[in-house]
Ligand binder design. Structure first.
Ligand SMILES: [Mg+2]
Ligand SMILES: [Zn+2]
Length: 240
């Protein structure tokens, strides 16, 4: 049976936030206050839609946006980790669940030549409209009260695992790698024998220690990381 590796994207695979990195395309590399102030809590996708529309109105071409996005730095060791996964596809399936969007993630993975490591990407669908502007939609709708309206990573993970079971694929272990607050919801659905790998010094690590202090039951084993190479060593031991 295979191991499933689930990655968050921003501040996990890449060492920045792709949705804020794109601001480097805007005039003077900043957004006007009216736009910044238009964000409403929980409605990030709509806000990003307005950001992309502003970038389009500023006559920034799609090619320019792509070139800027390709310069997002990967986190230490992550390219090596993805290349390791690409050479061990017989034992590892790998998915990304992210609140970024399909275009940014595709471009960034292609720039590092690591698309072959990743089986599926679950994120907000983005495309170019007839004007050449980038539009972003919500990934799905869900009923989880903890998560932003456009994405519950637990539902995305559960739907994927269920569709795999229907296709005859079962995982003996799931390894979830993330950094942020929205990675807590999927992690609470993992079982004993699974592995959560929070990035050291980031929100998910703090939330997991808080959950443990409050003695809320958390079944998976927790191993924090600083570099993708530490995750690579864990994975190499798992699939031996
Ligand atoms: Mg993140
Ligand atoms: Zn949720």
């Amino acid at each position: 049976m295979k191991t499933l590796v689930v990655f968050d994207f921003d501040h996990t695979l890449v060492d920045d936030n792709s949705d804020t990195w794109v601001v480097k395309c805007a005039p003077d590399q900043r957004l006007p206050d009216w736009l910044k102030n238009s964000y409403e809590k929980g409605r990030w996708t709509e806000y990003m839609g307005r950001v992309m529309s502003y970038i389009g109105d500023s006559a920034v071409s799609g090619d320019t946006v792509r070139t800027v996005m390709e310069s997002v730095p990967f986190t230490d060791g992550m390219v090596e980790l993805l290349k390791f996964i690409a050479t061990h596809k017989k034992s590892i399936d790998c998915i990304i669940i992210s609140d970024s969007n399909t275009l940014f993630i595709d471009w960034i993975l292609q720039a590092a030549d690591v698309t072959n490591a990743v089986d599926r990407v679950f994120t907000n669908p983005a495309r170019f409209d007839h004007r050449g502007y980038i539009t972003v939609e919500r990934h799905h709708s869900h009923e989880c009260a903890q998560c932003p309206v456009n994405l519950c990573k637990r539902k995305a993970l559960r739907d994927f695992v269920e569709s795999q079971v229907e296709a005859g694929v079962r995982y003996h272990k799931t390894c979830y790698v993330g950094d942020g607050g929205n990675d807590l919801c999927p992690v609470t659905s993992l079982g004993q024998g699974d592995l959560v790998m929070p990035r050291k010094g980031y929100a998910l690590e703090r939330l997991l220690s808080k959950a443990r202090r409050e003695e809320r039951a958390l079944k998976p084993q927790v191993v924090a990381w600083c570099s993708g190479l530490e995750i690579l060593h864990q994975l190499a031991a798992l699939i031996e």
